[in-house]
Design a protein around this ligand. Structure first.
Ligand SMILES: Cc1ncc(COP(=O)(O)O)c(C=O)c1O
Length: 407
């Protein structure tokens, strides 16, 4: 099955927007275009339902229903129970809240494992637990490749380790880590796992239930939605961790790790992500009543498309002596988030790409730890060219022509 790219692009207002028409967008890993379904739901919520939700009057009742719908439908696609999904303002904010809960639950002398492949969001908040007497062990990448070797994790695990944090894929290395295998290994040693899926979820919603992660995080503003962070927290762990919300909400799993009142409109609009994935499904496949299977089919569809579209870019960059491609050259082993280290600052090159109609960024992308571990000159950082499924082969041709001018 091949992705119908015209159909896909018709679902994104940005592709009909005159001010963006002459541009090719390659900063998707920073924040994707939102789909029409999300924009429409957000607009409708602000116009028709922007009242306190869950009261008996109609506008309020429907507002609450739409918020519930977002959690219910996303949870079903992610292969978890509805109350195992909660929304916070961002993934970073969510990890700070979770780290506080772990700080209260763990005891001095317990250990946690963090990586130096992660974005700071799944690293710094956990590392700070050292200030409370927890031992922090670092699972390190191979300096040449940025690869996280599960064998190295094995050497870090013992009965003291209670938590292992790692990314599904890094926002600069982009290699896809084998979450199921890593989670199983950590859990067999008595730890729970927290997986940062922010750089992975835009490329197809994962089946979190099948992956076996205890916590799985992603950001909807990079996944065609509004600016929210999704937390999947499996029930057993979520009820064991100390409640971080109001005491009277302690029995509601979906409220235990969201101390602030939620952004009602944005939570409701997240149902538009489910609408969009279902629209993709309906366009390409026969009807199926099971949301988890529909999400799996769309996941495969997006991955196939992205692998084909990013391959020429990876081949081009790996053949260029003046740049260093970070992460694997094989499209199948990575997300199409392509960071390169060059002999001058990534930000400078991004600025030179802009007149060619290429939207890209340069710097450290809050991933200073992996870049530094790989020996990237931090004064220069990296140039990042990130694709998603709506990126066309024509966009990539255009990018390669522009890179020919500036590299
Ligand atoms: C891999 C990864 N994790 C976490 C984050 C942080 O997400 P948020 O901006 O929702 O805090 C980002 C943002 O760039 C990211 O790329």
């Amino acid at each position: 099955m091949t992705l119908d790219l015209d159909f896909v692009r018709a679902q994104f207002p940005a592709f009909a927007e005159p001010s963006l028409a002459s541009q090719a967008f390659f900063e998707n890993a920073g924040g994707s275009y939102p789909c029409r379904q999300v924009v429409d739901r957000l607009t409708r919520f602000y116009r028709e339902r922007k009242v306190q939700p869950y009261w008996p009057f109609e506008a309020s009742r429907v507002a609450g229903e739409e918020m519930d719908e977002a959690r219910r439908r996303l949870a079903a696609m992610l292969g978890v129970a509805t109350d195992e999904v909660s929304f916070g303002p961002s993934t970073t904010q969510n990890t700070y809240v979770l780290a506080q809960a772990f700080r209260q639950m763990l005891s001095e002398g317990d250990a946690i494992v963090v990586t130096n492949q992660d974005h700071e969001a799944n690293s710094g908040p956990w590392r700070r637990l050292a200030e409370s007497g927890l031992e922090v062990r670092e699972w390190r990448v191979a300096p040449e490749t940025g690869h996280l070797d599960p064998a190295d994790l094995e050497a870090l695990l013992d009965a003291k380790v209670k938590l292992v944090c790692f990314p599904h894929c890094s926002n600069v290395v982009a290699e896809i880590n084998d979450v199921a295998a890593i989670a199983a290994k950590a859990q067999a040693a008595g730890a729970v796992v927290c997986v940062d899926g922010v750089s992975y979820a835009p490329h197809g919603l994962p089946d979190v239930g099948a992956l076996g992660a205890d916590i799985y995080l992603f950001s909807t503003y990079k996944t065609y939605g509004p600016h929210q962070g999704v937390m999947v927290i499996r029930r057993e762990l979520g009820m064991r961790l100390p409640n971080q919300g109001h005491h009277f909400n302690a029995d509601a799993l979906e409220k235990r790790f969201t101390p602030a009142g939620p952004d009602h409109a944005q939570v409701a609009a997240c149902a538009g992500i489910a609408d969009y994935f279902d629209a993709l499904y309906a366009r390409h496949f026969d009807p199926d009543p099971d949301p988890r299977r529909r999400a799996a089919a769309v996941h495969e569809l997006l991955r196939d498309q992205e692998e084909a579209v990013v391959a020429p870019l990876l081949a081009y960059l790996s053949g260029k002596n003046s740049v260093r491609l970070l992460g694997p050259v094989e499209a199948a082993r990575r997300a199409p988030t392509v960071a390169i280290a060059c002999d001058r600052p990534g930000e400078e090159i991004a600025a030179e790409l802009a007149p060619h109609g290429i939207m890209a960024g340069g710097g450290d992308f809050y991933a200073g730890r992996p870049l530094e571990a790989m020996g990237v000159d931090m004064a220069k950082g990296a140039l990042r060219l990130s694709l998603v499924h709506y990126t066309s082969p024509g966009d990539v041709d255009r990018l390669i022509r522009a890179l020919d001018h500036v590299l």
